[in-house]
Design a protein around this ligand. Structure first.
Ligand code: SDX
Length: 436
């Protein structure tokens, strides 16, 4: 962090001394006012529910410019990473800060491939769940349970342990997600295959059955790989902040990632792709495009509490660059599968058109985000709606680990412990129950 030329001075009207606050600038993006000494100097806290104006850390991993609709992983534009390489290259980049050369990529791919199986005892955890369990409930449980198996890599202060845990999590998430799917539909688990690419292996574990072989379709494998790249990291979003906060207490990496999965499940965050597709399906069932105007009026009515799922973003007040790429992937997959007349996709396009032209959404800068299209692509790939967020978690695991690693290695890091503005009851004495 470099000192900015801008100075910040806090003047309070209660007669206390003015307080000079350091201002720092990064490589890109907004500068920050360092308020670490504020409480000690003034006895006051800052107040920022939802952290709309708060930088929780300094980071070298991902940069987002909401106005320009820009997303960089370690400085590289998402458009180039999503079209020029594969997900494991992006994983290597997020973890190590640089893109791999051919040798490094080969070694990293081999390392991940060698860790795709889970301990056979893990299968017993699945048997404890109801068959109609939501895959995210299963995933929170099984990822957290990994810490019961890997006592050899739980010392978070040992860089080697952190590296081993990172590889294990990246390698095993696809297996755990596919197992959650197979369990819920009552089919046998499919073991990973080391002769397949990361994404082809996942699709095979999802859709192969003992009764017949499954040959991955290259167009669909590439589309799925792109979904993973686009969801790999996204600065200090809610689930990443959860992983950082959990990690700041010294919790083991598997427990921290399980915490991130739990947070991602929310419909305002990673659950939005599932919610967006359910919204389209409900709209379809109620009459489709013929009922679009009525639906949009409901969204605009604050009392209806109906949101346009897959639209809007805390940071992107312009187009989500990932949505643009996901929209392209949508076309590729629907073309490959001959689904371009798919009514759900056509309804999604009609809804997108209305929202992009309607003053209500334009004035609030509510554009389609990545979740609006990722649900349609996954649905076309044959992935059930209930699994969308689990696949988001699969992709985001590498981003969570990279951010967790950065936090653990930061000499300035300490346990996260925000304060509050107390507005509750003043001090009072307990009365005996007979007098209450
Ligand atoms: C992800 O943070 C990340 O980076 C997240 C993510 C990642 O990769 O990690 O990008 C992934 O979570 C994408 C977002 C997915 N969520 C959704 O699609 C759910 C629908 N979107 C909304 O819930 C909302 O847009 C948020 C939560 C995404 C952002 O909310 P903000 O920034 O807190 O904005 P807000 O709720 O204050 O809304 C501002 C205005 C309000 O209207 P007014 O009070 O000003 O009249 O816009 C309205 C809101 O009511 N609004 C919407 C809306 N989103 C906001 N109105 C209708 N439909 C919506 N989707």
């Amino acid at each position: 962090m470099d000192a900015s030329e801008i100075k910040a001075k806090l003047t309070l009207s209660n007669g206390s001394k003015d307080l000079d606050l350091p201002v720092f600038k990064g490589t890109l993006g907004p500068e920050v006012i360092d308020i670490r000494k504020l409480y000690g100097a003034t006895g006051m806290f800052t107040y920022d529910p939802g952290f709309m104006s708060t930088a929780s850390c300094n980071s070298t991993i991902t940069y987002i410019d909401g106005d320009k609709g820009e997303l960089l992983y370690r400085g590289y534009p998402i458009e180039q990473l999503a079209t020029g390489g594969d997900f494991l290259e992006t994983c290597y980049l997020l973890l190590n800060g640089e893109l791999p050369n051919a040798t490094q990529k080969k070694e990293f791919t081999h390392l991940v491939t060698q860790h795709t199986m889970v301990h056979e005892q893990m299968t017993f955890f699945y048997r404890g769940f109801r068959r109609d369990s939501h895959p995210m409930a299963v995933l929170v449980g099984t990822v957290g349970a990994l810490s019961a198996f890997y006592h050899d890599s739980l010392d978070i202060n040992d860089p080697r342990h952190r590296e081993v845990s990172a590889i294990r999590l990246i390698a095993k998430l696809p297996t755990l997600v596919a197992m959650a799917y197979k369990y819920v539909i009552g089919q046998p688990f499919v073991y990973p295959r080391n002769d397949l690419s990361y994404s082809a292996n996942f699709l095979r574990m999802m859709f192969a059955v003992p009764a017949e072989e499954y040959v991955p379709n290259d167009v669909l494998v590439r589309a799925f790989d792109r979904i993973l790249i686009l969801h790999a990291d996204h600065e200090q979003n809610a689930s990443t902040s959860t992983v950082r906060l959990a990690g700041s207490s010294g919790a083991n990496p598997f427990a921290c990632i399980a915490a991130g999965i739990a947070c991602l499940w929310g419909p305002a965050h990673g659950g939005a792709n599932e919610a967006a597709l359910n919204m389209l399906k409900d709209l379809q069932a109620q009459g489709g495009e013929a009922r679009l105007g009525e639906f949009i009026d409901k969204v605009k009515d604050k009392n209806s509490n109906v949101k346009l799922m897959g639209f809007g973003h805390r940071v992107y007040k312009n187009y989500d660059p990932r949505a643009k790429l996901m929209r392209e992937t949508c076309h590729e997959v629907l073309d490959e599968l001959g689904l371009h007349d798919d009514p759900l996709f056509k309804l999604a396009m009609a809804l997108e058109k209305v929202a992009l032209e309607d003053e209500y959404f334009v004035s609030r800068k509510l554009y389609p985000n990545v979740d609006f299209y990722s649900g349609i692509v996954q649905s076309a790939l044959g992935i059930p709606t209930t699994l969308f967020t689990a696949i988001f978690a699969l992709a985001r695991t590498v981003g969570w680990i990279a951010q967790w690693n950065e936090m653990i290695s930061d000499p300035e890091q300490k346990i996260g412990r925000p304060r509050q503005l107390y507005v509750g009851a003043p001090r009072r004495d307990v009365k005996p129950i007979g007098e209450r």
